[in-house]
Write a new protein. Structure first.
Length: 329
């Protein structure tokens, strides 16, 4: 043995020597087509309304939403997920604004479809929470509990009006049992066989939703622990996955993203359909707040979080940074 025999023969650092080398051997790459932009459109406003807990994100007017859609297309973003924010006076126990053909979400879908056509995949949140005066994702029974089966009937109506408005993909997000099957039947029976379903398969009852509730003007009373998943459970998400696929889901989602990368990896390994992850409002807010304090490098942190989500198995990532990141890529 020579005097050099004790040095390592394998040197992984050789593949990290320069930026060009690191790019060449990178195992995962972000692409604009991986990204979906969540966007809020609010009824009855003439100027965008900033969301205080989400710096840089606004409740759009109909006009600024159309502009945001055009910008997303120009940046190469794949899709836009629309959330409607009705006037408070239009909220009621059944969330009827959510099934009104002239409700804010349906109007916004038509606006965006007219503006960008098929150049952007137009997605819609299919849930009642924005439209109910109690803020829950479904209708309540006489005891104040969310009535699963009565809510499914409302979801079927929502699917039809959103599809009539021109949406490409509906996103049932209420975590009601049987929601995917009911929505699929409703779409098929009304001539909307080509409208896809992005199932919120593993949507956890998370502490990170706080800023979102400001974004949609939530009227929530209590919590959603009886229908959203318990953060302690992983196997339960696999059961939800099997049910959603059996009922006809075209794509599946994990929400939130970063606290549930293990769940995302499990689901991605188990399926042969596209898998999405939603980098939610609290995740966004944490990075923005820490960057504002000067504690982290904002741009690098954004890319690191998104790359981690991609590495865990997401084919698509819903992120409020979608257009900004797509431009940079």
């Amino acid at each position: 043995m020579t005097k050099y025999g004790s040095f390592p023969g394998a040197r992984p650092r050789r593949l990290r020597t320069t930026p060009a080398m690191r790019r060449m051997v990178a195992e995962h790459r972000l692409h604009p087509a991986d990204l979906i932009l969540p966007a809020f459109v609010r009824e009855g406003i003439s100027e965008p309304v900033p969301i205080s807990a989400m710096p840089g994100v606004v409740q759009h007017t109909r006009d600024t939403l159309r502009k945001a859609a055009v910008e997303a297309v120009a940046a190469g973003v794949a899709g836009i997920m629309l959330f409607g924010v009705p006037e408070d006076a239009k909220k009621d126990a059944a969330g009827t604004a959510g099934t009104d053909p002239d409700g804010i979400l349906q109007v916004a879908i038509r606006d965006v479809r007219a503006e960008v056509g098929d150049d952007l995949v137009i997605m819609s949140d299919l849930c009642l929470d924005e439209y109910t005066d109690h803020g829950h994702c479904g209708v309540l029974d006489a005891d104040g509990r969310v009535d699963n089966d009565a809510t499914l009937e409302r979801y079927a109506e929502m699917a039809q009006v959103q599809a009539d408005a021109g949406v490409h993909v509906v996103g049932p997000s209420g975590m009601m049992d049987g929601q995917i099957g009911v929505v699929r039947d409703a779409l098929d029976q009304t001539g909307h066989e080509d409208v896809s379903i992005l199932a919120y398969t593993a949507k956890y009852s998370s502490a990170f939703y706080g800023p979102f509730r400001e974004a949609v003007g939530s009227s929530l009373q209590g919590d959603r622990k009886t229908y959203q998943q318990d953060p302690a459970n992983l196997r339960e998400s696999l059961r939800e996955l099997a049910l959603d696929l059996e009922e006809g889901a075209d794509m599946v989602m994990v929400k939130p993203a970063l606290p549930y990368l293990d769940v995302l990896a499990k689901l991605a390994d188990a399926v042969d359909v596209p898998v999405a992850a939603y980098q939610i409002s609290g995740e966004y807010a944490m990075v923005e707040a820490a960057a504002e304090k000067g504690w982290i490098d904002r741009d690098k942190a954004i890319l690191e979080t998104l790359t981690g989500i991609k590495r865990a198995g997401a084919n698509m990532i819903l992120t409020y940074w979608a257009t900004e990141v797509a431009r940079g890529l």
